[in-house]
Design a protein around this ligand. Structure first.
Ligand code: SF4
Length: 349
């Protein structure tokens, strides 16, 4: 029996109008998210990767309806978010939380951590009369001490502040957390501790994550499925194993090839990514990647390749069946001291 996904995204689009000159709009728009569709099951993690500006953070905000989509649907736990009025949307947001890259900017510096964690409990009428006890439980759940409730955000390290951010998200017992570059600003050992914590919480509470990151090593550790985005579109989507062992889209291959190699001679030179990301107000016609793709052919600039799924592996490329996966991506990566440190830190203690 198949269960309905917790989150279903259909044809999601977000264009930001560009204002220029004295009279404002000139019709141009940043096409941040274009025709994005996917499903996420309860308790699973979808990693979303891509270069800076590919639309992954905008996608995260659209899911929580922190910004309004230009088109498309977000169905969460069977409810189309577009059908909710402001009050119902607020109530629904209890089940959908977000953790940001910079927890310091999202924590009120004038409130103690106890007050920060009690605020969503009061807002949603949860644990009335026992906020102090609930705050202590939340702090312990994320590996902090109940006494930390009396401290202010500036008294914590970056990793501890991110734990406070996670505790605040957990306070309302969410079903989905969007982690927007949530570990990107942390050093490698703290990253690993926070990712381990997120995985533990997922196992205990069945939370689903949309895990937005540019570090493929971290995504590989936490995600069950991975979506690769380029200029606002998903160009490849598969379960983690398939995507990392059999990357089909030339852009995915280039991202994987760009993972640093410890031996210069072993650089994965066949698929180096060249040039800059094109202007998102004027994306190239046809396949938007054709200006940087080593396999581009004349038809690539004519027609947009649809995202076609075969045996659970979706690829948006006209020619992917003919494109050989570079041998350097198929053989196991050379030992990388940084990744080894990360991997050992990810092992359960
Ligand atoms: Fe490259 Fe063409 Fe495939 Fe686009 S459609 S990724 S340009 S081969």
């Amino acid at each position: 029996m198949t269960t309905a996904p917790l989150l279903q995204v259909q044809g999601l689009v977000k264009h930001f109008p560009v204002r220029r000159g004295l009279f404002g709009r000139d019709g141009a728009a940043v096409r941040a998210v274009q025709d994005v569709s996917f499903a996420l099951q309860a308790g699973q993690t979808l990693g979303v990767v891509g270069e800076s500006g590919c639309g992954k953070s905008t996608l995260g905000r659209l899911l929580l309806r922190l910004i309004e989509p230009s088109a498309g649907r977000v169905v969460f736990a069977g409810t189309d978010l577009a059908t909710l009025d402001a009050a119902d949307l607020r109530a629904q947001r209890r089940a959908m939380q977000i953790i940001f890259q910079d927890p310091y900017s999202s924590l009120n510096p004038r409130m103690t951590v106890g007050q920060i964690l009690a605020e969503p409990l009061a807002l949603h009428g949860l644990h009335a009369g026992r906020h102090r006890e609930r705050v202590a439980e939340l702090l312990q759940t994320v590996g902090l001490a109940p006494e930390h409730a009396r401290r202010y955000p500036h008294e914590f390290s970056g990793g501890q502040r991110q734990r406070v951010g996670i505790a605040r998200a957990l306070a309302v017992e969410p079903k989905l957390i969007v982690c927007d570059e949530a570990v990107s600003a942390l050093d490698v050992s703290v990253q690993a501790q926070v990712v381990n914590l997120l995985r533990d919480l997922q196992q205990r509470y069945g939370i689903a994550y949309l895990f937005i990151a540019h570090d493929l090593a971290v995504v590989r550790h936490i995600a069950s499925h991975v979506a690769v985005m380029y200029l606002g579109r998903i160009v490849e989507l598969a379960d983690k194993h398939k995507l990392f062992t059999h990357p089909c889209h030339p852009y995915t291959q280039a991202l994987l090839a760009a993972v640093p190699q410890p031996e210069p001679g072993r650089a994965k030179k066949q698929v180096l990514l060249q040039g800059d990301v094109p202007n998102p107000t004027r994306p190239p016609a046809g396949c938007a990647f054709h200006t940087r793709c080593a396999h581009a052919r004349p038809d690539c600039a004519q027609e947009l390749p649809p995202l076609v799924e075969t045996a659970g592996h979706a690829v948006a490329c006209h020619h992917w069946p003919e494109i050989q996966i570079p041998a350097s991506l198929l053989r196991p990566p050379a030992p990388n001291p940084r990744l080894q440190r990360l991997q050992s830190a990810f092992l359960p203690s």
